[in-house]
Design a protein around this ligand. Structure first.
Ligand SMILES: Nc1ncnc2c1ncn2[C@@H]1O[C@H](COP(=O)(O)OP(=O)(O)OP(=O)(O)O)[C@@H](O)[C@H]1O
Length: 675
């Protein structure tokens, strides 16, 4: 069958599918309506135990869920009307004479359930052939085992509005015209699906189901975030019974980033996944001790430190290390003896000698964290008493027992204990600044809490994604390993650190998570033009980055004689980029971003709005966004402008400049004010 005829066949099948779904949705809608009517007409006569109400609401729920599934299916098929497939492989199985043809698209499309699909989902086992091999010998893993053979043909399609724009048949991998064309498109306000051009090295990460903990070190723009999200879509597709979107959690740097990545999974036909920042989690856990500074407060402080500050940052950094964790462990151990003040226990007819309590404390319950241990002894006592009296104890009596036992601790206040640790270890004995817990003490405090009390286990999370892995410390990974016991995808770039000194987390991750950490490297950058990538690499003397050959304007640094002239020039340059969907003006800190946004808005016409993004912003959209560098991490823009580069002098500033420069897809311009 020729290509046009096959496309017609698939389009007909799609229209037919959509028609069938519409009929099902309409039928279901009627059923749901009549179920509602039946409920309201009869609920007064339902049985008194609520069984009928329960049955009714369950039936209604399952219909609504079905309706929801149909609606999602319809969206997927409607999307396929535009481009029903993007690839094809003809694969001749070993021992066969004729090849089988497989078309690959964003979802499966078959006439009936058991029939051979017209189009295979990109995540289907056979679709791996498309991403992993050129023409020639190939294999893929099917549920029945490894199947070998030969790819006799491989094609890529550009189909728009259901019409073939072009077909490419080639021997090369997908690093070709279609990739080039995709990369030269404009950036959107959300991360895009890359299913049509996933590269071999990316595919092996996406389809890796053998390693529990996958850690990916990839250069800027190498597709780490994209790969992580496609991997989730892949795992959800292959493991529907054991993994749902609600059980996947992504640790993201901030809400803007969360918004930026939020549309990709729905685009791939999956539900969106939960997202949180580690700081938010820590604040919730430490809420009873007061407010705490966040990561951005800390960066802002460091951006403005002079040479005197080096000592302070070193001290703060030292509090996030393995050595500090060991000191905290030693302190926690010393509390076993120092914190306790055992006495004989009496309550009503219950009694226990001091020596018995201390035996239980140091022997029977020695494995329980120290501050939870008296509660365990309480439960033990209560259990014995209830058995003896053959009667359950009242809650208030139980509480009284716990309270009395807990009074045998000198204190149970973690903040007080942490302060004691600081002064005993000859450190500055405060951890509060301007009424808030200092950022450098937030995670040590949380660590102490989880050492002295049971750490909460997030068992509902069955897969954790940690993006920007370089921004988490040794101590934070130890905490994460205590909270989450699930498979993980950890991604980042040691070069894009937001600290003065680079840390390579891959060196210590196996010490925390064990040998199960599998490391993978991505060295090719897809985001920026070769000129931008080379310019950015020179900023930090990075030599390992390969680029996809795609060219654009050379980044320039414009020298101005005054700040006023700089803003004028910047505003004019921005006006000249009306082709860009997203423009970022990236500044060193929050105050500069605010000032720049105001200056630009004053110089630009009202119909060109300028949006200032702060650490509390929740969304990122098209148009002109102004923000400090640290909020641009993970994002990308058609054009990036960096004003006042003369301010970037320290090693942290240089890191900031690198992060800024690597955000640009097509255009990058810098401005310096000559002093
Ligand atoms: N195989 C691919 N095909 C098409 N585009 C790709 C591919 N891989 C990556 N890209 C594009 O490259 C850009 C960078 O991807 P992504 O943001 O996932 O990279 P990253 O490694 O997380 O970047 P960074 O660390 O710099 O934030 C995105 O526009 C993405 O769509």
């Amino acid at each position: 069958m020729n290509e046009e005829a096959y496309l017609d066949l698939v389009m007909d099948a799609l229209h037919q599918k959509i028609k069938e779904i519409n009929t099902k949705i309409a039928g279901n809608e009627k059923d749901i309506e009549s179920m509602h009517d039946y409920f309201w007409e009869n609920y007064t006569e339902f049985d008194e135990y609520g069984y009928e109400i329960y049955d009714n609401s369950n039936a209604l729920k399952s219909r609504m869920k079905e309706q929801d599934d149909y609606a999602k299916m319809r969206i997927r098929y409607e999307k396929m009307l535009d481009a029903p497939y993007f690839g094809r492989v003809d694969f001749c199985y070993e021992g066969e004479d004729e090849p089988e043809t497989y078309y690959i698209g964003i979802a499966n499309l078959a006439k009936k359930r058991a029939e051979n699909p017209y189009v295979f989902d990109w995540r289907a086992p056979v679709s791996g052939l498309f991403y992993d091999y050129d023409k020639g010998a190939a294999q893929f893993t099917a549920p029945s085992g490894v199947l070998t053979g030969e790819i006799t043909k491989k094609k890529q399609y550009k189909i728009r509005y259901g019409k073939i724009i072009y077909i490419l048949e080639n021997d090369m991998n997908i690093d070709d015209e279609i990739l080039q064309q995709t990369l030269s498109e404009h950036a959107d306000a959300s991360l895009k699906s890359i299913v049509t051009t996933i590269q071999k090295e990316q595919n092996s990460i996406i389809r890796d189901t053998t390693h529990r903990i996958l850690a990916v070190q990839g250069c800027a723009g190498s597709g780490k975030t994209s790969v992580a999200l496609h991997r989730i879509a892949y795992l959800l597709y292959h493991n529907r019974k054991n993994l749902s979107a609600a059980q996947v959690l992504i640790l993201s740097p901030n809400s803007i980033f969360a918004d930026y990545i939020s549309r990709i999974l729905p685009e791939l036909g999956e539900e969106n996944i939960c997202e949180m920042t580690l700081d938010d989690f820590a604040y919730r856990e430490l809420r009873s001790y007061g407010e705490a500074e966040d990561r951005y407060d800390e960066i802002e402080k460091r951006l403005h430190m002079d040479s005197m500050g080096d000592f302070l940052t070193e001290e703060a950094d030292a509090k996030q290390t393995k050595e500090y964790v060991e000191e905290l462990n030693a302190f926690a151990l010393s509390l076993e003896w120092e914190l306790m003040n055992f006495k004989d226990f009496h309550y009503k007819k219950m009694e226990m000698k001091e020596s018995e309590i201390s035996d239980l404390f140091y022997e029977k319950f020695a494995d329980v964290p120290i501050l939870s241990r008296m509660e365990k002894i309480g439960e033990y006592l209560i259990d014995a008493e209830e058995t003896l009296r053959n009667k359950n104890m009242e809650d208030d009596q139980k509480q009284e027992i716990f309270d009395r036992l807990n009074r045998m601790y000198e204190t149970r206040n973690i903040l007080k204990l942490y302060l004691r640790f600081l002064s005993e270890s000859n450190r500055d004995g405060f951890c509060i600044r301007n009424g808030m817990i200092r950022y450098e003490d937030v995670y040590p405090l949380l660590y102490l809490k989880y050492t002295l009390l049971e750490a909460p286990k997030r068992r509902e999370v069955k897969h954790l994604v940690i993006d920007e892995m370089q921004d988490y410390s040794y101590l934070q990974y130890v905490l994460l390993s205590r909270i989450f016991h699930c498979p993980m995808t950890i991604l980042g770039d040691k070069v894009q650190t937001m600290a003065e000194n680079r840390q390579d987390v891959l060196t210590f991750l196996p010490k925390i998570f064990g040998k199960e950490v599998h490391r993978v490297y991505l060295n090719k950058s897809y985001r920026s033009t070769s000129e931008i990538t080379e310019f950015a690499s020179r900023l930090l003397q990075e030599e390992n980055v390969q680029t996809v050959e795609r060219h654009g304007e050379l980044p320039q640094t414009i020298s101005c004689y005054s700040t006023e002239e700089m803003y004028e020039t910047l505003a004019e340059d921005i006006k000249g980029r009306e082709d860009a969907e997203t423009i970022a003006v990236l500044c060193l800190d929050a105050a500069d971003a605010k000032k720049t946004a105001e200056q630009l808005q004053a110089k630009l016409p009202e119909d060109i709005p300028v949006t200032l993004l702060t650490k509390d912003s929740m969304k990122f959209g098209r148009g002109i966004s102004v923000m400090p560098f640290y909020l641009a991490k993970g994002l990308e823009f058609d054009a990036v402008f960096i004003p006042e580069t003369e301010k970037y002098v320290t090693s942290l500033h240089k890191q900031a400049l690198y992060i800024d420069a690597t955000r640009a897809l097509h255009f990058l311009r810098l401005y310096e004010v000559q002093i």
